[in-house]
Write a protein that binds this ligand. Structure first.
Ligand code: EPZ
Length: 422
């Protein structure tokens, strides 16, 4: 397995281009299953998760052509000939469950393996299933698969989520576009990736109102047509790289960055003494002084502080002035980066869903292990500001969500290299 070596050094300067959003792409791709006409996505990030979703759609008989070095995906499910999503692909990526709603809506049946949990939590899919049942689906859970049927097609219904779920909102939204009648989704997720999906579905002929609010109303239509849609900018990659100058000093411009995608996160950075300025190319980020102030963070569904930026923020707080309390409210086990940061000299006390970080002057480079996608990049950020060399193992986690991370950070002056495993 490859390792990434980082040597802590001084202030950064330059520009980092921000790619299309992994978590938007992973729901836009299954949308091709809703129509027999081609759906083309542009601004597609080159990531292993995208390759996994490509493999899944292809296994269902859809055609997925990667053009322009993978930045464009031309897809068609005109010849879809398989309605079963197998465990051997689904187990690799939880987002695979997002083929369930579209297949059920278009074909009246679908069989999808239940995704396993993952490192950050059990991550059940009960809300996805309840939403489809509210639209008349008959579900049979057997042998680790969901066997779903909607004889006569799905019917509009009221989906009352007990709490916000991004994926369940996406499955319900896609399924509702072809249901007979009106569907109302209450306590819908408000993430920009949901808004992006709704905008793409509307281009395909769906009738949707309210995306980005807590209530989405969908008027079902008989069929959807093809479309071309650009994947929205990745707000998690954006937030991650905003932390690079925050941790190392200097000034970096994030090309394509949009303040509306990182509102709560930018406010927290401002509180910590990091200046975020909009430019005509994106966002410029710099530290106001050498001292970063410790701030408290509680993760929440959008527009709150994103759980996917919690690990990266913890890396910044490790060398901040004072004590920071980070509360993880979305997932039950998302502090696995803490013991690795402590190997670098960080002072972190984890108790249940709360991590208390006491800032230290400097971290020390160490050999550390990536445990999940966002934890891996928090270790790289910490290594960039540490004395000495940090070696990060299991970097395959990184490849799931960050394209060209070494090249992008090298481009602003980080001393970072990827060593291929023998
Ligand atoms: C999406 O996961 C993202 N993944 C996650 O990003 C992100 O952390 C998460 O939303 C929260 O923002 C993709 O979009 C592919 P949820 P998702 O359903 O949809 C529980 C990354 O790093 N829940 O909003 O799976 C669940 O266990 C990844 O890019 C149920 O109990 O998240 C969690 O505790 C990590 N039953 C909470 O709800 C359900 O049926 C929120 O999960 C569904 C979810």
């Amino acid at each position: 397995m490859d390792t990434i070596h980082i040597t802590g050094n001084g202030p950064l300067s330059g520009q980092i281009p921000i790619a299309g959003a992994k978590n938007a792409c992973l729901t836009l791709m299954p949308a091709t299953l809703l129509s027999d006409e081609p759906l083309t996505l542009t601004n597609v990030p080159r990531l292993s998760d995208i390759a996994t979703m490509t493999q899944l759609l292809t296994s269902l008989g859809a055609e997925v052509s990667a053009l322009q070095d993978g930045q464009v995906l031309a897809m068609s499910s005109h010849n879809q000939n398989n309605l079963t999503a197998d465990y051997d692909i689904v187990r690799k990526m939880r987002a695979s469950i997002l083929v369930l709603g579209p297949m059920l809506a278009r074909h009246g049946q679908a069989t999808v393996s239940l995704p396993g949990g993952c490192a950050i939590g059990a991550r059940p899919v009960d809300l996805h299933l309840k939403a489809l049942e509210a639209m008349g689906a008959e579900l049979d859970l057997r042998d680790g698969y969901v066997h779903a049927k909607a004889p006569g097609g799905l019917k509009g219904g009221v989906v009352d989520f007990p709490f916000v779920s991004v994926g369940a909102t996406e499955n319900a939204l896609m399924a509702a576009t072809l249901a007979k009648g009106t569907t109302v989704i209450n306590r819908a997720a408000r993430e920009p990736e949901i808004v992006d999906l709704a905008q793409c579905l509307r281009k395909m002929g769906a009738q949707i109102e309210g995306e980005g609010t807590g209530t989405i109303t969908i008027q079902g239509v008989d069929r959807l047509h093809g479309a071309t849609h650009p994947v929205v900018t990745d707000r998690i990659e954006l937030g991650t790289y905003m932390l690079a100058p925050a941790i190392c000093g200097g000034e970096v411009e994030l090309l394509g960055g949009r303040l509306d995608l990182v509102g709560a996160f930018s406010e927290k950075l401002d509180e910590a003494g990091i200046e975020v300025t909009e430019t005509d190319k994106g966002l410029k980020v710099r530290r106001r002084s050498d001292h970063v102030k410790a701030v408290n963070v509680t993760t929440a569904p959008f527009p709150g502080f994103p759980t996917d930026l919690q690990a990266q923020m913890m890396a910044l707080m490790c060398t901040a002035d004072g004590v920071s309390v980070l509360e993880e409210k979305i997932f039950e086990n998302r502090f696995m980066h803490a013991p690795e940061l402590m190997r670098m000299g960080a002072q972190i006390d984890v108790s249940g869903g709360t991590a208390t970080v006491t800032g230290v002057d400097r971290l020390k480079g160490a050999q550390v292990m990536a445990t999940d996608l966002r934890a891996s990049v928090s270790l790289i950020l910490a290594g960039m500001a540490a004395d000495g060399v940090t070696t990060v193992g299991r970097v395959y986690h990184l490849d799931r969500g960050y394209e060209h991370v070494v090249r992008k950070l090298e481009g602003v002056g980080a001393k970072i290299e990827r060593i291929k495993s023998q």
